[in-house]
Design a protein around this ligand. Structure first.
Ligand SMILES: *Cc1c(COP(=O)(O)O)cnc(C)c1O
Length: 496
C-alpha cells in the first residue's frame, strides 16, 4: 500500500518513508492511497484477543512494507514492556450512560503514550529499510504533554536521540517536573526564553538549516519529527477504536454490526481522525462527536463549513486542546473532497494568506452527516467534573470532561441513544489543581500537596509515576535564548 501527499497526490512513498519523513516536502500530509478493510469476521475473531493481537492486525493492514515479525516486535516492545499499568493497555469503563475509553495508563498518564510508545519502534524499523546504519535525532517543541510522552517513548531506544524544547513559563509545574527529571542516556531537555511559538519556530529553523544538516549527516545523523502530523502517530490510535468495539462485542454489550458513536476531546484533530479511519475500514461507528473547549474553531467549522482562525486565543484549564490550527483536518478534507489535491492546495493557501477557508457544499454535507460538534467553557468543564464525580463516582480530567459535557448536549439535542465511547485522554492527576478545585477547596498551592489532597478527597489513588516525581532529582535545568537552540542540538548529538 502506498501513501500519497494531500497536496500532490501523484507523489507516492512507502509506509516506511512516510513515517521517516513525517511531513511531505510540498507541505501536505501523507495518507494511504486506499483504505484497507476489516471484515466483520475479523472483528469477531479479534473480540476474544488481547490488545497486542488487535494492534498487530490493524498495523499490518496499514504498514504493508513491514513483515509480520517486524510489526509484532514493534507492538510487543511498546505495549508489553511493563510501562503500561494495565494489561488491557486501554480500559473501557461504563460510566452513566456512556463508556469511557481510558487511554492514559501509559508512563506519562496522557493518551499521547498510546502512539508515542510505539512510534520509536516504527521509526527505527523504517530506518533499517530506508537508511540503514544511521542514527535518527528527534526534535520536539512542546507545550506539555507531547514532550514528556516523546521522551519516555524514545528513552534508551537504540540508534535514536531526542531533544525537547519547552517554553520556560509555558508549561504547568507538574509537566515541567516530568520533563526535567527525565531519565535515559539519549535524552536532552532544555527550556527556552520565550513562548511555545518561539520554541516551535526554533525547531522548524533547525529542520531547514542546511549547514547543520550536512554537519550531522557527516556523523550519520538525520532529523525526524514525533508530532501528530506523522502517520506513525495516527495508525496506533486507530487500534484503540477497533479494540473498543471488540471489547463491547466481547462483553455482549453490542451485537455485531450495531453502531457505536465516538466522542473525542479535540485539539489537533489527530485522535478523532483516527476514529474516522476506524469507521472507514469497517468498524461500525455512527456519529463522531468533536468536543472543543473555549477555542471552538472546530465547532464553528463543523457547523458552518467555514474554518476561521482569526479569533482570540484562550488559555484554558484543558491546555492540550488550546489550538487554533488543527493540522490533521487536512487529511479528512482530502478524503471528503474525493482526493482533490488541487482544492486542498487552494484551501490551505487561503488559510495561510487570510487565516480562513470555506469548504464546498458537498464536503460540508459529508461533514454534517458524519460529525457533530460542540464546545465547553472552563466553568462547564469544572461543573462536569463535579457532577460526574458526585453522581457516578468517577473522576475525570479537564480534557475528558469537555467531551463528557458535549456528549450530554448531543444526547439531549438528538435523542440518539446508540452506545457511545468517549475518549478519556488524561489521568485526572495530570491536572490535579483544576480537578481538585472542581470537587473541593484546595488547601495548598503546592502541586504535590494538591495531588495528595485529591487522593484523600476522591479515594482514587494517583499514578505512582506522578507522585514519585517529587523525589526525583532534576537532571536538566538549562534555559537558553531561541538563537542558541542549534548549539544545544549540536552539543547533545555530537557528545562522545
Ligand atoms: C493532545 C491532547 C488532546 C487533543 O488531541 P488531538 O489529537 O490533538 O485532537 C486532548 N487531551 C489531552 C489530554 C491531550 O494531551
Amino acid at each position: 500500500m502506498r501513501y500519497r501527499s494531500t497536496r500532490q497526490k501523484e507523489y507516492y512513498v512507502t509506509a516506511s518513508q512516510a513515517i521517516l519523513q513525517g511531513l511531505s516536502a510540498d507541505g501536505g500530509l501523507f495518507v494511504p492511497e486506499r483504505l484497507p478493510h476489516l471484515s466483520q469476521e475479523t472483528l469477531r475473531e479479534l473480540s476474544t484477543k488481547s490488545y497486542l493481537e488487535r494492534a498487530n492486525a490493524v498495523l499490518s493492514l496499514f504498514l504493508d512494507d513491514f513483515t509480520p515479525a517486524e510489526v509484532a516486535h514493534c507492538v510487543k516492545s511498546a505495549y508489553a514492556s511493563g510501562r503500561f499499568d494495565s494489561d488491557n493497555i486501554a480500559e473501557l469503563r461504563r460510566v452513566g450512560d456512556a463508556y469511557l475509553l481510558e487511554l492514559w495508563h501509559g508512563p506519562t498518564c496522557a493518551f499521547k503514550d498510546m502512539a508515542l510508545q510505539l512510534l520509536p519502534y516504527l521509526l527505527t524499523t523504517s530506518m533499517k529499510k530506508v537508511a540503514p546504519d544511521k542514527r535518527v535525532a528527534i526534535l520536539v517543541a512542546t507545550s506539555g504533554d507531547t514532550g514528556k510522552a516523546a521522551l519516555e517513548g524514545f528513552r534508551d531506544v537504540p540508534d535514536t536521540d531526542i531533544i525537547v524544547f519547552y517554553p520556560e513559563d509555558g508549561v504547568s509545574p507538574m509537566q515541567k517536573r516530568q520533563m526535567t527529571t527525565q531519565e535515559g542516556e539519549n535524552v536532552a531537555v532544555c527550556a527556552i526564553k520565550g513562548n511555545f511559538d518561539d520554541a516551535q519556530t526554533g525547531v522548524k529553523k533547525i529542520f531547514t538549516d542546511r549547514a547543520l544538516e550536512s554537519k550531522l549527516a557527516a556523523h550519520g545523523v538525520s532529523f525526524s519529527s514525533a508530532n501528530s502530523i506523522n502517520w506513525g502517530r495516527l495508525v496506533p490510535q486507530i487500534v484503540y477504536y477497533v479494540s473498543a468495539y471488540c471489547e463491547l462485542l466481547d462483553r455482549g454489550e453490542i451485537t455485531m454490526g450495531e453502531e457505536m458513536n465516538v466522542a473525542v476531546p479535540t485539539g489537533n484533530f489527530g485522535n478523532i481522525l483516527a476514529a474516522y479511519y476506524a469507521k472507514r475500514i469497517g468498524v461500525p461507528i455512527g456519529r463522531l462527536i468533536c468536543a472543543s473547549n473555549r477555542n471552538d474553531v472546530l465547532t464553528e467549522f463543523i457547523r458552518t463549513g467555514v474554518y476561521n482562525k482569526n479569533r482570540q486565543f484562550y488559555t484554558t484549564i484543558s491546555p492540550s486542546m488550546d489550538i487554533l490550527i488543527s493540522s490533521n483536518l487536512e487529511r479528512l478534507l482530502f478524503h471528503l473532497s474525493g482526493e482533490d489535491d488541487e482544492t486542498i492546495r487552494n484551501w490551505f493557501a487561503s488559510l495561510s494568506e487570510t487565516g480562513k477557508y470555506k469548504v464546498s457544499g458537498t464536503v460540508y454535507e459529508k461533514i454534517a452527516e458524519g460529525f457533530y460538534a460542540g464546545s465547553c467553557t472552563d466553568e462547564e468543564t469544572q461543573a462536569t467534573i463535579h457532577d460526574t464525580f458526585v453522581e457516578q463516582g468517577y473522576l475525570c480530567d479537564t480534557h475528558t470532561a469537555v467531551a463528557v459535557k458535549v456528549y450530554r448536549d448531543y444526547l439531549r439535542e438528538t435523542g440518539d441513544t446508540r452506545k457511545t465511547v468517549i475518549a478519556s485522554t488524561a489521568s485526572p492527576y495530570k491536572f490535579s489543581a483544576n480537578v481538585l478545585r472542581a470537587i473541593a477547596q484546595a488547601e495548598s498551592e503546592d502541586e504535590f500537596e494538591q495531588l495528595s489532597q485529591l487522593e484523600r478527597v476522591s479515594g482514587v489513588p494517583a499514578p505512582r509515576q506522578l507522585s514519585a516525581l517529587k523525589e526525583k532529582p532534576v537532571r536538566f535545568s538549562e534555559t537558553v535564548e531561541p538563537a542558541e537552540m542549534p548549539q544545544v542540538v549540536l552539543e547533545h548529538l555530537l557528545r562522545s
